[in-house]
Design a protein around this ligand. Structure first.
Ligand SMILES: Cc1ncc(COP(=O)(O)O)c(C=O)c1O
Length: 450
């Protein structure tokens, strides 16, 4: 698949809008030589197949942060040279992020902690009475923050998503927002965001795209796709320094309640408080995460310099190998909303007959040195739907649709699991190798044959 085919409904001008950057070699990630203990006390090279949860740090990102540290100082307030330099770096990071997502020149770029922070920020800035339309397939970060929402069932095919959104939006009066993920964190499948933006605008609605799982894998052009807002996280984009971004139209953000109240968000404080109406200072009160922003921008630069063609080609080779390897094992079922052939990023979720997801993940880690995620991936309604378990089950225990042997409850403090049947997720990105993929497939095969 080429970088362009993922947005089959994107007009031709969308493809032309972003200049082609000169390619550089794919950068390395830190920790590529990490060794981890397995049963018996041996050390093996770690096969990190958990990029969708959090990706490792790119070397150019680490280098940019290291380079910024000696002159690190306060931003926006200090007269000293180091303050001015650090402020310039912070504001340059904003420009880089804007260019990376192809935003319009007047779009706001607000640094947040992550995608969850970005969706919650927008939720607090919605005009009074806004109705949000959201699919049950969303990650909780995009499913839950909305004060008033209409939830749509998982669509049977991409065109059905467009039809369902069209129908729902047509029935809503007043301000409306359609929220949709660009690439599913469960199946990796790509959503028809250009067509959904078109439908939203036809009904006078706006669209927020949750791009947390898209931007590490594909180029996104907000202007060409005519999106109103995008949200994403640095830690999934090879920049694990605690920053994310919300990018999009200024007006709602300029009028919404300041996200944090404190220094930086105000012009003056006396008997009356005069808040900034520029969205960036208005919503970034306090000392911002300067190093996080610098890291995020460095990741954007590194991916752009490498070029999407090389990145996508390597990812597609590995993900095809992983999927066909898993498909060749009896009792392994890949989770998919729209079938095998729909385009997707490097994420595969699956179940293994006779084993709970937790058992599979534990064996992969303790015996093979492979890191995957198990659970419902903070997308409970969607995973329940994919597992054929539509009703919410209140009891804990792992013996569900995939017939787990242990029945072990694996709720983690601060985790995202409800303790019922779940799936295993393998996800790849820069630094993933064929050996990692083959090791996973053979490990699952060994497990099934025990
Ligand atoms: C599609 C999607 N949206 C939102 C999030 C939330 O991201 P964060 O935890 O960085 O806020 C995730 C994280 O897994 C995700 O995959």
């Amino acid at each position: 698949m080429s970088t362009l085919t993922i947005f089959s409904s994107v007009p031709a001008r969308a493809a032309e809008a972003t200049p082609v950057a000169p390619s550089r070699p794919i950068p390395a990630v830190l920790g590529a030589d990490l060794e981890v203990p397995v049963k018996g006390g041996r050390l093996v090279g770690y096969a990190n197949l958990d990029y969708a949860a959090s990706a490792p740090c790119l070397e150019p990102v680490s280098a940019a942060v290291t380079a910024a540290l000696p002159a690190y100082s306060s931003v926006h307030r200090g007269a000293g040279y180091a303050s001015q330099l650090t402020t310039a770096r912070y504001e340059q990071a904003r420009h880089t992020v804007r260019a990376f997502v192809g935003a319009r020149p007047d779009d706001a770029v607000i640094f947040t902690r992550n995608t969850t922070d970005a969706t919650n920020l927008l939720a607090r800035c919605l005009p009074a009475g806004t109705t949000t339309v959201v699919f049950d397939t969303e990650h909780h970060a995009s499913l839950l923050p909305w004060p008033k929402s209409v939830r749509l069932a998982p669509p049977a095919f991409p065109g059905e998503a467009v039809r369902a959104a069209d129908e729902a939006l047509a029935g809503i009066d007043g301000p409306k927002l359609l929220v949709v993920t660009a690439a599913s964190n469960v199946t990796g499948e790509l959503w028809p965001i250009a067509a959904l933006a078109h439908v939203a605008h036809r009904h006078g609605a706006r669209i927020l795209v949750d791009a947390a799982q898209l931007v590490p894998h594909r180029r996104l052009n907000l202007t060409a796709l005519d999106l109103d807002y995008v949200a994403f996280s640095g830690h999934k984009l090879y920049a694990p320094f605690g920053a994310g971004a919300l990018v999009g139209r200024r007006d709602w953000l300029a009028e919404g309640e300041p996200y944090l109240k404190g220094g930086g968000a105000v012009r003056s404080v006396g008997d009356d408080t005069e808040w900034h109406d520029d969205p960036e200072p208005r919503h970034e009160a306090g000392t911002p995460n300067v190093l996080g922003a610098i890291a995020l921008a460095a990741a954007c630069d590194a991916l752009t310099a490498t070029g999407w063609t090389a990145l996508v080609r390597e990812e597609e080779r590995l993900i095809a190998r992983l999927r066909s390897g898993l498909a060749s094992i009896e009792g392994v079922r890949e989770l998919s909303l729209w079938g095998d052939d729909d385009p997707r990023v490097g994420i595969v979720s699956f179940t293994v007959d006779g084993y709970s997801a937790r058992e599979v993940a534990e064996v992969l880690s303790s015996e093979y040195g492979i890191g995957v995620r198990d659970g419902k991936f903070c997308a409970h309604p969607f995973v329940r739907h994919l597992l054929g378990e539509p009703e919410r089950r209140s009891s804990a225990g792992e013996s569900g649709a995939n017939g787990g042997r242990s029945g072990r409850d694996h709720k983690h403090a601060g985790g995202c699991e409800d303790g019922t049947a779940s799936a295993v997720r393998a996800s790849i990105g820069i630094g993933s190798t064929q050996e990692h993929v083959d090791r996973l497939v053979e490990a699952v095969r060994d497990l099934v044959n025990r």
